[in-house]
Ligand binder design. Structure first.
Ligand code: B4P
Length: 199
């Protein structure tokens, strides 16, 4: 399988790039943000719990997010996909460990972690712009956006070190034309999946 992680701060383009990569490499796209918003839209207990954290710009507790991903590998295989693209997951070291175990249990592993590098002012501008049309309450308020970036710096950025230690991290400049960024990501996937793919 080819299992990709799209990593980076809020608004760095993870969701945007996942749409292109999933088509090209025939991957199941799993966005924990989308799964959580879906739970909210359906008014589930999990969704109601997650909403309080998301609206405040905080990460949703690990056990809630990890619990949603149990069937990912089986789902990808039953759909005939070549692997999975994880978009916005893992966001904490506990989530990274849980993912490692979940994939190992199914005889597979992370192929590469693609880290999109974008500086803070650009992130804020992108999210505020998206907020004009997204209908997402966490995209409209500057303080909430700053809190999301802060959560990223304190809780998510350390996950990069986890993957660097495993020689799986690649940093990609996330500013510029979307197609050029997609091409740089594809080049990295091709280079790494020949090293780390498990058939
Ligand atoms: P997400 O849904 O993952 O939201 P995100 O980080 O803001 O988005 P992304 O980086 O995908 O940005 P996009 O491509 O849309 O998370 C939302 C919330 O859910 C979190 O704050 C948290 O509360 C919760 N959550 C999710 N996963 C969790 C987890 N694992 N653990 C705990 N909590 C979790 O790009 C942004 C904008 O930039 C778009 O409008 C796009 O058009 C634009 N853009 C993209 N690339 C561009 C480029 N090259 N140039 C100019 N604009 C660009």
């Amino acid at each position: 399988m080819i299992n990709l992680i799209l990593f980076g701060p809020p608004g760095s383009g993870k969701g945007t790039q996942a749409e292109h990569l999933k088509e090209h490499f025939q991957l199941l796209h799993i966005s924990t943000g989308d799964l959580l918003r879906n739970e909210i839209a359906n008014g589930t207990k999990l969704g109601m719990e997650a909403k309080q954290f998301m609206d405040a710009g905080q990460l949703v507790p690990d056990e809630v997010v990890i619990g949603m991903l149990g069937g990912a590998v089986d789902q990808s295989r039953s759909m005939g996909k070549r692997g999975i693209i994880f978009d916005g997951f893992p966001r904490t070291t506990a989530q990274a460990l849980a993912l490692e175990h979940l994939l190992a249990d199914k005889g597979t592993a992370v192929s590469v972690v693609l880290s999109l590098v974008v500086e803070e002012e650009e992130l804020t501008q992108r999210i505020l712009k998206r907020g004009l049309t997204s209908g997402r309450s966490d995209d409209n308020d500057i303080d909430t956006i700053r809190r999301r970036v802060q959560e990223y710096r304190t809780k998510t950025e350390p996950v990069a070190g986890f993957y660097k230690d495993r020689d799986l991290l690649v940093e990609i400049e996330g500013v510029g034309a979307i197609e050029q960024i997609t091409q740089a990501l594809m080049n990295a996937v091709n280079a790494y999946s020949s090293k780390h793919s498990d058939g």
